[in-house]
Design a protein around this ligand. Structure first.
Ligand code: URA
Length: 435
């Protein structure tokens, strides 16, 4: 088999066989296939697409390119949850202890933030003492004893995806639905859970800008899950504006704790309860959605979800008192800057991507993988799209330490806000569920 023939076949619009796809993935990981040939194939795929069978094979080949986590020694049905990424997305911080409190084992690998999106591991590490590194044995032991552990993703998971993603990033071939779907699902398959819940974000702050694209991505990923015998559900949720109010690591931990107490922002609370309900259904706690929803509500109201959060934080070296005194325990920036409305009207836009980039420039995120982050800084929104403001009302508060770029960040933040003279509808957080 020759790489030249595979490129030519896809260039001319032909479907690749499973053997050809595996030849490419294996050869590229081993270094036998050079970047220039892999780039040519990616561009041919970008223009001529992969069909569903090709996408399923590519996903499995990338999943098989490295280590697979064996969770068979964890008792129960393991349900993984994945978000396609957004601004203010602290959902895993709530869902992991919430569903663990219902008896679903959570053995989760999460990533760090890059660009305008945050990462669960960075958020958790803002809790003093919290450690996201564990041996594999320690990881399994934690899940078996307290029901939940979250660790950083190891480099051995789907190395083919890692290498190909780096190449896609520099060859303008990231935003193809089958390539995104196979990239995400290869890591999910290798991470070993029995069922997968996907939170596909749609809107200005997401990869998928339109409902049409988000629906296609969700459908392809659900189909890949099914082909790999993992029950998979996708929820399409809004990412026009930041999720909840808080953007920035420690600020988001505090908001997650409030949500576990039932005191979170309306949109974030709704999303967590919906995703939690679906995780309980996938995990076989009950097949009845209303019953699952009642369990979720009770876990929050009774304090059991918050208790599980304390246990989880303590088990990974963090200070569990954070659940009771987040203001004292979490790092907090030295200064705040209030962003006020410059006129009366209805908030029409809070553009998530720009707001995420503002938070990154304050130090909450990374422009490059090597950058260090400041866990204490970020942004707390005081308004959401649809809210009415008078001139001078606070729209957001910036939590800042560095001042060298503050004027630029403030200008950028201001330009991410829209105010309309006529009423604006609120944005529904949950758009659609794809089973
Ligand atoms: N996230 C991934 O993991 N892969 C993609 O291709 C896009 C987003």
């Amino acid at each position: 088999m020759r790489m030249y023939d595979i490129i030519k076949k896809k260039r001319d619009g032909g479907p690749l066989t499973g053997e050809e796809i595996r030849f490419f993935v294996d050869g590229y990981v081993k270094g036998d296939i050079p970047d220039y040939q892999a780039s040519a194939l990616l561009m041919a795929i970008f223009f001529n697409r992969l069909n569903r069978d090709e996408t399923a094979v590519l996903t499995q080949a990338m999943a098989d390119s490295g280590e697979s986590i064996d969770l068979s020694s964890v008792k129960g049905i393991k349900v993984d949850k994945h978000s396609t990424g957004g601004v203010g997305d602290k959902t895993s911080l709530v869902l992991a202890p919430l569903v663990a409190a219902a008896g679903i084992p959570v053995a989760k690998m999460s990533g760090r933030g890059l660009g305008h999106t945050g990462g669960t591991i960075d958020k958790l590490e803002s809790i003093p003492g919290f450690k996201a590194e564990m041996t594999k044995a320690g990881f399994i032991k934690s899940v078996n004893s307290i029901g939940v552990a979250i660790i950083g993703q190891t480099g051995d998971i789907a190395p083919a995806d890692k290498k190909l993603y780096g190449l896609r990033d520099v060859t303008a071939t990231v935003d193809d639905i089958s390539l995104i779907a196979s990239s995400i699902m290869s890591k999910k398959l290798a991470a070993g859970a029995d069922c997968i819940l996907l939170d596909v974000k749609v809107g200005k702050g997401a990869f998928m800008k339109s409902m049409d694209q988000a629906r296609k991505l969700a459908e392809v990923m659900v189909e890949i899950g099914r082909a790999a015998h993992r029950e998979t559900i996708a929820v399409i949720s809004d990412m026009e504006q930041p999720l909840g109010f808080a953007v920035g690591n420690a600020l988001e931990v505090k908001e997650a704790i409030e949500t576990l107490k039932g005191e979170g922002p309306e949109d974030f609370d709704k999303l967590c309860r919906e995703l939690g309900t679906l995780m309980l259904v996938l995990g076989g706690i009950t097949r009845d959605t209303s019953e699952a929803r009642a369990i979720v509500d009770d876990l929050i109201a009774s304090g059991r979800a918050l208790n599980k959060f304390r246990e989880f934080v303590r088990n990974q070296g963090g200070d569990p008192e954070v659940a009771d005194r987040p203001e004292e325990i979490l790092p907090i920036a030295k200064d705040t800057v209030r962003i006020a409305a410059d006129r009366e009207g209805y908030i029409s836009e809070l553009r998530a991507e720009e707001i995420g980039i503002c938070a990154m420039h304050l130090g909450a995120g990374r422009a490059n993988k090597e950058d260090t982050i400041d866990p204490s800084v970020g942004i707390v929104m005081n308004r959401k799209v649809g809210d009415f403001v008078r001139e001078g009302d606070s729209i957001a508060t910036l939590y800042v330490n560095r001042k060298d770029n503050l004027d630029t960040v403030i200008d950028m933040f201001r330009s991410s806000i829209g105010i309309s003279a006529t009423p604006v509808s609120r944005i529904e957080i949950i758009k659609e569920i794809i089973r």
